[in-house]
Ligand binder design. Structure first.
Ligand code: GLN
Length: 246
């Protein structure tokens, strides 16, 4: 009787783990991102892809772990990594002192500025940085981004409209519900190439992107070293030219 029970238990365990894809806990890295931030993360035929996703896939390969992507609002990422819902943030996230109090950042992997994005047919003369600090100007930002902090610090009189995702923000710009968007320059350029919008100005901020992990995460050392190795490898050049080449 005992033997039968043991055989049943073993069968249940083996079949169960087959259904779980044969993956044990710890063999997957759950990556949190916020799609709509082309070329870093965006949806193609419904699937989230982009520079950050390829970068994490390479890190996953180096660590022998499967990468699973979870798409969410940008302002939910820090909480999600702190509570363990996700393992790593890969979302073009700028390393800031405030954020570094809550999460651990890897070495920087990208440098960017902010940009003022307007509709294609806008006369940019009225949109100089000193002109947009005006309550009649409606500025769209993604909540909790460095673009949103820039507006709060530099154009406090403007009417600030916050969005969970840039996708909705761009739609509102095209529909004339807002006048401009402050967004990271590489992303503004990608929107310029794909939608009826243009970059009016670049705001030099010299921000550096890092991957974000829970404070004291066991994964930190391996992810950080894999990123450093990747940045020295020919694969990095390939990634850069795939997403930022001419
Ligand atoms: N780099 C900006 C930030 O960290 C924007 C990132 C994003 O919107 N995905 O706030």
């Amino acid at each position: 009787m005992k033997k039968v029970l043991i055989i049943i238990l073993i069968t249940v365990f083996v079949v169960g783990s087959l259904f779980a894809g044969g993956k044990k806990e710890g063999e997957k890295i759950i990556v949190g991102t916020s799609a709509g931030f082309r070329p870093f993360e965006y949806r193609e035929k419904g699937v989230v892809t982009g520079f950050d996703i390829d970068l994490m896939t390479e890190i996953g390969k180096a660590l022998g772990k499967e990468v699973v992507v979870q798409d969410m609002d940008f302002d939910a990422l820090i909480e999600a990594v702190s509570t363990g819902t996700i393992d790593v943030i890969a979302a073009g996230m700028t390393i800031t002192d405030e954020r570094a109090k809550r999460i651990d950042f890897t070495v920087p992997y990208f440098t960017a500025d902010q940009a003022v994005l307007v509709r294609e047919n806008t006369d940019i003369k009225g949109y100089a940085i000193e002109d947009i600090n005006n309550s009649s100007i409606k500025i769209g930002v993604q909540t909790d981004t460095t673009g949103s902090f820039w507006v709060q610090d530099n154009a406090p009189d403007a009417t600030l409209q916050q969005y969970g995702k840039y996708i909705e923000c761009i739609q509102d710009l095209e529909n004339q519900n807002i006048d401009l968007i402050i967004v990271d320059k590489p992303v503004a350029s990608a929107y310029e190439a794909n939608r009826p919008v243009k970059v009016a100005y670049v705001i030099k901020t010299d921000e550096q992107y890092g991957l974000g992990l829970k404070k004291g995460s066991d994964l930190y050392e391996s992810v950080n070293s894999a990123l450093k190795e990747l940045m020295k490898s020919p694969t990095w050049e390939k990634l850069m030219s795939k997403y930022f080449g001419e």
